[in-house]
Design a protein around this ligand. Structure first.
Ligand SMILES: Cc1ncc(COP(=O)(O)O)c(C=O)c1O
Length: 425
């Protein structure tokens, strides 16, 4: 029995060496669709499992000769690939390598949530006395963190409409270190011209981070446009199944190392191996899912544009989107999120929550099931953005008194349209 086992193990080791494959991430001839499946994936040398393993161990053994021990007592623990799971874990590492491959980045740091990736970026790139320029409309958690919390730590913050380059240019100060934007931005789907903002920021010696959650790497490649750091809530389209929270920040090696060694370690918002595995499984189908939801979203946007109960529709793929030309230039797909406005939205919100049978009335987005929710402009101003004057006018130009944000899922598009039609009338 035991000799059978050892011969099996020996066979496994032989095959391990014979079948070792280099990372697909290093092959410049491969397409993004292939990298979504294979980038950063390492075949386990013992089992030859094609799907990634889940390594749940919190710690990993130290052995003589691996850097943890030295004759002079000075150990180099940073040379060890895995030590303790809050620093890094083999399954989470595979996800990080896969995200880095997908964004064309040197490296990536995965975090427990998207907000943790944003916080890790802010807390690494900014310190007391620094200045942040942030989009006046971006994911509510990022906006509130930037505008309510960071000033308590001596960081000054200016919120600008990122689609107005003159406003962005005027906001720079000698102490500006970071510009944070989103494209398309949640919830109003206004776009940021990423290469223009990156060029401006670099001229002023500042870095740019973009939350690309709504675009995903399928639609937009921010690093190729000059952005320094790309952030995703992996909870949304990248996992795509509504069953795991996660976040990531991707960029140059030295920047990611800095974020990992500061916020990655001390923020303690480490992604679990289980969630990393689920998210990798989601990434396997990211390209076909994004293509499917983009196609359905375009059909639904056209349907809603012509619907008698709908006042206006915002979708980057529609010619009536005020930045459609930029969308065509910057996006390879227009994505799965659209917004629409109606008369008497409070009544329609109740109607949708009550009547929808295919679409779900709920918060969040980017899942396989369609989701819609109403976001009231007055409430968004009160709870989060606090915009006034021209910035409020600019918000209202996209959102009026409030928007229904629809995240298109993988159901039959005919069924989604019939469901919305029935519920809106
Ligand atoms: C654009 C964007 N960024 C970040 C987040 C935060 O993600 P998480 O819930 O994973 O922290 C969200 C959540 O809705 C989002 O829409």
């Amino acid at each position: 029995m035991s000799s059978n086992l050892s011969s099996l193990k020996a066979m496994a080791n032989d095959r391990g060496q014979a079948m070792a494959r280099p990372h697909a991430a290093g092959d410049p001839t491969l397409h993004w669709e292939t990298l979504a499946l294979d980038g950063g994936l390492t075949i386990d040398p013992t089992t030859k499992a094609i799907a990634p393993n889940i390594s749940m161990s919190v710690n990993n053994m130290l052995a003589p000769g691996d850097g943890a021990f030295s004759a002079d007592g000075v150990a180099d623990l940073t040379a060890l690939p895995f030590l303790y799971a809050r620093w890094t874990n083999p399954t989470v590492r595979q996800l990080e390598q896969r995200m880095a491959a997908l964004e064309g980045a040197d490296d990536a740091l995965a975090t427990a949530t998207g907000v943790a990736a944003i916080a890790a970026t802010f807390l690494t790139c900014l310190k007391k006395g620094d200045h942040l320029i942030v989009s006046d409309v971006c994911y509510a958690g990022a906006s509130e963190l930037a505008r309510r919390i960071l000033p308590d730590y001596g960081i000054s913050v200016t919120a600008v409409n990122m689609s107005r380059l003159d406003e962005v240019a005027a906001a720079f100060r000698p102490d500006t270190c970071l510009v944070h934007c989103e494209s398309p931005c949640n919830p109003i789907l206004r776009l940021t011209d990423l290469s223009a903002v990156a060029a401006l920021a670099h001229r002023h010696g500042a870095m740019v981070s973009v939350d690309s959650t709504l675009a995903t790497p399928v639609a937009t490649r921010p690093l190729a446009l000059g952005v320094d750091l790309v952030i995703h809530s992996l909870t949304k389209f990248i996992n795509g199944h509504g069953d795991a929270l996660g976040g990531v920040v991707c960029g140059r090696k030295e920047l990611i190392e800095k974020i990992r060694s500061r916020a990655g370690v001390y923020l303690g918002a480490t992604l679990s191996a289980q969630n990393a595995w689920l998210i990798m499984r989601g990434i396997d189908t990211l390209f076909p899912r994004m293509r499917a939801v983009s196609e359905s979203a375009m059909r639904i946007a056209r349907f809603l544009r012509d619907h008698p109960s709908v006042g206006s529709v915002i979708y980057p793929g529609l010619q009536i989107h005020p930045q459609h030309a930029l969308a065509k230039r910057q996006m390879n797909a227009f994505g799965g999120i659209l917004t629409f406005q109606t008369d008497d939205p409070q009544k329609i919100a109740i109607q949708l929550a009550d009547r929808l049978r295919v679409v779900h009335y709920a918060f969040s987005l980017g899942h396989q099931r369609s989701i819609v929710v109403f976001l009231d402009t007055k409430e968004m101003m009160r709870s989060t953005y606090g915009l006034q004057g021209p910035q409020l006018d600019d918000y209202r130009a996209f959102a009026g008194d409030g928007v229904f944000r629809l995240s298109v899922g993988l159901e039959s598009v005919e069924d989604i349209i019939a469901d919305l039609d029935r519920a809106l009338r």
